[in-house]
Design a binder for this molecule. Structure first.
Ligand SMILES: *[C@@H]1O[C@H](CO)[C@@H](O)[C@H](O)[C@H]1NC(C)=O
Ligand SMILES: *[C@@H]1O[C@H](CO)[C@@H](O)[C@H](O)[C@H]1NC(C)=O
Ligand SMILES: *[C@@H]1O[C@H](CO)[C@@H](O)[C@H](O)[C@H]1NC(C)=O
Ligand SMILES: *[C@@H]1O[C@H](CO)[C@@H](O)[C@H](O)[C@H]1NC(C)=O
Ligand SMILES: *[C@@H]1O[C@H](CO)[C@@H](O)[C@H](O)[C@H]1NC(C)=O
Ligand SMILES: *[C@@H]1O[C@H](CO)[C@@H](O)[C@H](O)[C@H]1NC(C)=O
Ligand SMILES: *[C@@H]1O[C@H](CO)[C@@H](O)[C@H](O)[C@H]1NC(C)=O
Ligand SMILES: *[C@@H]1O[C@H](CO)[C@@H](O)[C@H](O)[C@H]1NC(C)=O
Ligand SMILES: *[C@@H]1O[C@H](CO)[C@@H](O)[C@H](O)[C@H]1NC(C)=O
Ligand SMILES: *[C@@H]1O[C@H](CO)[C@@H](O)[C@H](O)[C@H]1NC(C)=O
Ligand SMILES: *[C@@H]1O[C@H](CO)[C@@H](O)[C@H](O)[C@H]1NC(C)=O
Ligand SMILES: *[C@@H]1O[C@H](CO)[C@@H](O)[C@H](O)[C@H]1NC(C)=O
Length: 703
């Protein structure tokens, strides 16, 4: 306990030429422990520390704190109770913030200080100057191993001083003491006031009346990435293997997305294997792309068609899987299809990568290659962490007959059903190469969770995923890493991804126990794991009684200025049902999310008219493949029928009191159709016509 660790969440990358400089940024508090992991519900109640329920301590740690406390032999009864609370604060679900993630680990939590508590969003009660209370109460008390010893500041671990000391022997004055121990977390949202951290519950604002969208383009894309140079441009990629560079028109300009499909930025269609669930699944641009021109594509390939498509099979003896015993899936050989991350370069032009209109199709470096056991569930999104500069790679359970038959997601040696975290700025050291059985050319970040759980493959960041379909980092709070994880039969989940987390599949489907029908790869018992349950989501029956399918498409926290009523809500949707939800977190930073269905309609003055659902005014999008975000933090829907952008609510006749309606002339309001009628069933013919080349992330007919 007690020793913090450098956390991705509290660091942001600045780039000066080729050098990475890490500086702390004001991160908002998410419930996290000092080891950057999620607090977990404790099966055994704690007997000493008053943190029953979800806690950063288990019974072993609770016992250790009790022993530490007893060994201190605090002389004064009032100070004794204060000291117990201070030692136990390490069990608080916000201990990561209280002991300040990212800066030097502390022996004492941040004690609420009069100078900061006025601005704190924490409910302050009477103990607003807790630091003074601690000083006044413990001033004359003596104790062994005082955690307040000045020599311990900035040191990890337990105090080592064996002589009994009084506070007055350690600190000259209350001011000195509170200078050292008083304060609040970087964003001033939490400090310790002698009780478990409670965030102010507020009355959650009512959900917005609707989401107004305009159609900017006709293309079907799977991924969109804002140009890292901060301009009004973005890259769009499709499933076949093209990447285009498009220019985004200003909000309200009436112009369309400028994208020249006949001149792709990069054409990888010769390498990419394109089929129902295969293709180019994601693209990522190095955070320093504007200078170094490094870009990455994540795609599937076919070993029988391309010599570059060869990697180890994910079904192998390390994971108790024999490829020769794998049942045939759609006539494919096991590991005939592979998942690849490859690096390319747009560094060719003399004017620099920002001016580049194309990139070289020559592969610069192969980052990762892995053979897939079956033809479904291989996620494939890649994202650079805004806080740490590492590449996150989302991988599904590999599919098969459904229910993850080989139990890959729970297998800590398997790369299936995982989110991986790779360092693509450094080649692996000789030591890494000999120690780890790496899947490619990357090195392992020093704080990946295998360092604490030696059973984990070193690449793994989280496990127990089924098919993470679209993850994002909150632009305002980069320690909020959100993923939609596609469900099996009943539940589509939204997860907050944290270090080393086990998100439960296939022991659980969302919050529900799941009973697999087949277990050739063995089973994992519910008792043996500490699952992290989704923060929100929806049941299949909620969206889709007729189609018989649902598949989540994770989106973004809305951080744009265009629709102020949407600000701070996490937007996500369903691939098939064309439903959109907005989840609000209340209190802010608490991890307590509540989702609402959001009705949506198309602006009357949309640059490209939206198609409408037969017999209604509602826009028909086809499938919602992904969401996107531009450099203005405006949000996009990437759908079968094109690229749609979230616009001012008044353009659809929605009311948002916070909208600046004086800024632009408002088109005549249209009636805002209700959500209920926006559910579209019976699109059978369209469905069949396009199914052969659509991404059907979890279509149950395939399983
Ligand atoms: C935790 O819960 C257990 C059982 O419910 C109870 O005996 C114990 O007193 C509680 N501990 C604290 C510190 O609240
Ligand atoms: C408590 O957590 C520690 C460290 O995470 C672990 O080693 C220990 O086994 C856990 N104890 C129990 C009872 O779960
Ligand atoms: C603990 O403190 C009490 C009185 O404050 C004292 O009598 C006792 O000897 C101390 N125990 C140790 C181990 O120092
Ligand atoms: C508290 O808020 C006030 C007004 O918003 C501001 O002037 C002051 O600097 C804040 N204090 C701290 C410690 O941030
Ligand atoms: C939190 O609650 C306290 C006490 O009710 C109140 O004084 C304070 O203004 C609240 N802070 C915020 C940010 O709402
Ligand atoms: C601490 O000791 C000083 C001097 O002996 C005394 O004046 C003061 O009242 C004591 N304070 C407390 C809180 O016991
Ligand atoms: C231990 O406590 C004594 C007495 O207060 C102090 O002089 C000494 O510096 C402390 N040693 C450490 C390692 O903190
Ligand atoms: C805490 O309060 C003391 C005394 O009022 C002040 O000197 C100190 O700067 C404060 N510390 C922080 C971190 O705000
Ligand atoms: C989009 O499609 C519509 C309808 O087919 C067509 O009228 C329009 O020209 C297209 N717009 C663009 C920008 O391709
Ligand atoms: C980019 O190109 C320049 C000039 O050709 C070269 O000096 C530089 O090393 C290249 N950078 C990278 C990251 O490839
Ligand atoms: C969670 O959010 C809901 C909806 O805003 C609210 O009613 C509830 O009180 C919150 N729960 C907690 C524990 O704050
Ligand atoms: C509203 O928009 C107008 C025109 O762009 C601008 O002058 C004004 O400052 C804006 N008001 C607010 C509250 O943003």
């Amino acid at each position: 306990m007690g020793s913090g660790s450098g956390c991705i969440a509290a660091l942001v990358l600045l780039f000066s030429s080729s050098l990475l400089v890490l500086i702390p940024y004001p991160a908002a508090s998410l419930p996290l422990c000092t080891d950057s992991r999620s607090p977990l519900p404790q099966p055994t109640p704690l007997t000493f520390c008053p943190y029953n329920g979800t806690s950063c301590c288990n019974s072993t740690q609770d016992l250790r704190i009790r022993k530490q406390f007893e060994a201190m032999n605090v002389s004064d009864p009032s100070c004794r109770s204060v000291m117990k609370w201070i030692l136990c604060a390490i069990c608080d679900p916000f201990s990561g913030e209280l002991f300040t993630i990212g800066t030097a680990p502390r022996t004492v939590p941040l004690l609420c200080n009069s100078t900061v508590s006025a601005n704190s969003s924490q409910s302050s009660g009477s103990a607003s100057d807790y630091c003074s209370i601690v000083w006044d109460t413990c001033l004359n008390a003596s104790m062994f191993n005082s955690p307040f010893a000045p020599s311990l500041q900035g040191q990890a671990g337990l105090p080592m001083n064996s002589s009994s000391t009084k506070l007055t022997e350690l600190w000259q004055s209350k001011n000195d003491f509170c200078n050292a121990f008083g304060g609040a977390s970087l964003d001033e949202s939490v400090c310790f006031d002698g009780e478990p951290v409670k965030l102010n519950a507020t009355v959650a604002p009512a959900p917005p009346s609707g989401l107004c969208i305009e159609r900017l383009g006709n293309g079907s894309y799977l991924d969109m990435v804002a140009h890292p140079d901060g301009s009004n441009r973005a890259f769009f990629s499709d499933q076949k293997g093209y990447i285009w560079l498009g220019t985004i028109p200003a909000q309200g300009s009436g112009a369309t997305l400028e994208i020249d499909e006949s001149n792709p930025f990069l054409d990888l269609t010769d390498e990419v294997h394109f089929d129902t669930e295969f293709g180019m699944m994601g693209i990522a641009f190095h955070p320093n792309f504007a200078k170094n021109g490094r870009l990455f594509a994540s795609f599937n390939c076919d070993k029988s068609k391309w010599p570059g498509c060869s990697g180890r099979c994910s079904c192998n003896s390390d994971v108790n899987c024999d490829p020769s015993q794998l049942p045939s899936d759609n006539g494919a050989q096991p590991c005939q299809y592979q998942s690849v991350i490859a690096e390319y370069s747009a560094n060719g032009t003399s004017s620099g990568p920002s001016a580049a209109k194309t990139a070289s199709p020559a592969e610069v470096r192969r980052i990762f290659t892995m053979g897939l056991p079956f033809t479904a569930h291989h996620g494939g999104q890649i994202l650079f962490g805004p806080g740490d500069g590492y590449l996150y790679f989302m991988m599904g359970d590999g599919g098969g007959t459904g229910g993850d038959p080989y139990n890959f997601s729970q297998n800590k040696k398997s790369m299936l059903g995982k989110i991986m975290r790779l360092d693509v700025d450094n080649s692996p050291s000789a030591a890494e190469v000999s120690k780890f059985s790496l899947w490619g050319n990357y090195s392992i970040p020093k704080d990946n969770p295998y360092t604490e759980d030696s059973e984990l493959q070193p690449e793994i960041w989280t496990y127990g995923m089924r098919n993470p379909w679209r993850c994002s980092f909150d632009a305002a709070r980069p320690n909020y890493f959100m993923c939609g994880d596609v469900g099996q039969d009943e539940y589509e989940e939204v997860d907050v991804i944290t270090k080393g987390g086990n998100y439960g599949w296939r022991v659980y489907e969302g919050p529900l126990l799941y009973t697999p029908s087949q277990s050739p790869g063995g089973n994992t018992s519910a008792k043996s794991i500490d699952p992290i349950f989704p923060v929100t989501g929806y049941t299949h029956s909620e969206v889709n009684k007729n189609l018989g399918s649902a598949s989540i498409t994770g989106g973004y926290f809305y951080r744009g200025t265009t629709d102020p009523c949407m600000y701070g809500r996490y937007l996500y949707g369903d691939l098939y049902a064309e439903n959109i939800w907005a989840a609000i977190e209340n209190p802010e930073n608490s991890g307590n999310f509540t989702s609402s269905h959001i009705s949506f309609s198309c602006a009357k003055d949309s640059p490209i008219p939206c198609e409408t659902v037969q017999g209604s005014q509602l826009p028909s999008l086809g499938y919602i493949f992904s969401f996107g975000q531009d450099n203005q933090k405006d949000i996009y829907l990437l759908t079968y029928k094109g690229v749609y952008r979230v616009v001012r609510p008044s353009r659809c006749g929605y009311t948002c009191a916070k909208e600046n309606v004086t800024a632009v002339s408002t088109p005549s309001p249209t009636s805002a159709p209700s959500y209920a009628s926006s559910l579209v069933y019976g699109r059978g013919s369209l469905f069949l016509a396009v199914a052969s080349w659509l991404l059907l992330a979890s279509l149950r007919v395939l399983l």
